[in-house]
Design a protein around this ligand. Sequence first.
Ligand SMILES: Nc1nc2c(ncn2[C@@H]2O[C@H](COP(=O)(O)OP(=O)(O)OP(=O)(O)O)[C@@H](O)[C@H]2O)c(=O)[nH]1
Ligand SMILES: [K+]
Ligand SMILES: [Mg+2]
Length: 368
Amino acid sequence: MTTAQKIKDIEDEMAKTQKNKATEYHLGQLKAKLAKLRRELINPPGGGGGGPGIGFDVARTGVASVGFVGFPSVGKSTLMSKLTGTHSEAASYEFTTLTTVPGTMMYNGARLQILDLPGIIQGAKDGKGRGKQVIAVARTCNLIYIVLDVLKPLNDLAILQNELEGFGIRLNKKPPNIIVKKKETGGIAITNTVPLTKIDAQEIKAVLSEYRMTSCSVTIHEPDCTIEDFIDVVEGNRMYVPCIYVLNKIDAISIEELDLLYKIPNSVPISSATWLNIDELMEETWDRLELVRVYTKPKGRAPDFTMPVVLRRGRSNVGNFCDAIHKEIKKQFKYAMVYGKSAKHAAGQKVGLDHILEDEDIITLFKR
Ligand SMILES: Nc1nc2c(ncn2[C@@H]2O[C@H](COP(=O)(O)OP(=O)(O)OP(=O)(O)O)[C@@H](O)[C@H]2O)c(=O)[nH]1
Ligand SMILES: [K+]
Ligand SMILES: [Mg+2]
């Protein structure tokens, strides 16, 4: 039996099983089994299906990457070509794009890599078409655009989300605040600092037994966490990626229809053909990438506002700033003066390598 068939069997059994006190343990086991099988699909035990396939992965440039995921002919290549100036073939027939086509664009002083990807179809995560390679590239991006054609059913969005979820990608979600620690002995201890509304001890134990984890402590700080969140933590290979739903081809619909589209959270309606609303798309892109621009101010001179050093949130301390300029700089570092949002005083703050910089800060380095 193939992995995909085993998955189908478990999904069928879950659909048949009513959720109640008596079946909780069984359902927990089934969900854990499902997660393990899905991992096999991403990373087959024999190797081979793991990372992006040959020709699919491309050299990474720029400070952040945006990957385009969507069904065929929704306008991904049209958008990518116009944004970057790099030609990616666009045509009215499906599967025009057959591999990753990279381009770059500058925005707010940051170089962004834009990855145009082949169209995927339902079942991609289970091995249909080149979907697995496409999703494997998307997994490594800092932002995903799910591109949709507004002339097609909006339910396509749910299908695509499901494809990415099945490949261990979590869209617009933070990692659940749950800590699982393996121990030598002592059995299973579950503590929670928030009320558990959607998960219970039986389910947790079923999952742990499925993973052969007989002794461990589980601490749950995540409000309303589900058994799926818990499995994500136990599995540990999830990618939490921000996502914008790009609703393309609005040139072909009425204003009334457009008003309805605006109600969909995390979405930006655009037309890549007639270049409508691209400004909003880029502003949203900038916000979601959480980039930090830092301007350098040579001692005794005015800051250079033309060329920021761009860092990513979470990797934006003074040490990261030094590394972004030159790997030797940290060795000579004595202290830095920082001006802007991260500084305690308007007149600036003297800081060390651990100080975390904020967007549009100004910095002067002092060497030993
Ligand atoms: N009306 C309209 N048509 C568009 C728009 N953007 C793209 N198209 C048309 O949609 C068709 C497909 O465009 P592509 O850019 O090739 O789409 P794709 O998503 O890259 O397609 P694949 O590579 O085959 O997956 C072409 O005929 C485009 O001219 C748009 O904003 N409005
Ligand atoms: K096409
Ligand atoms: Mg294309």
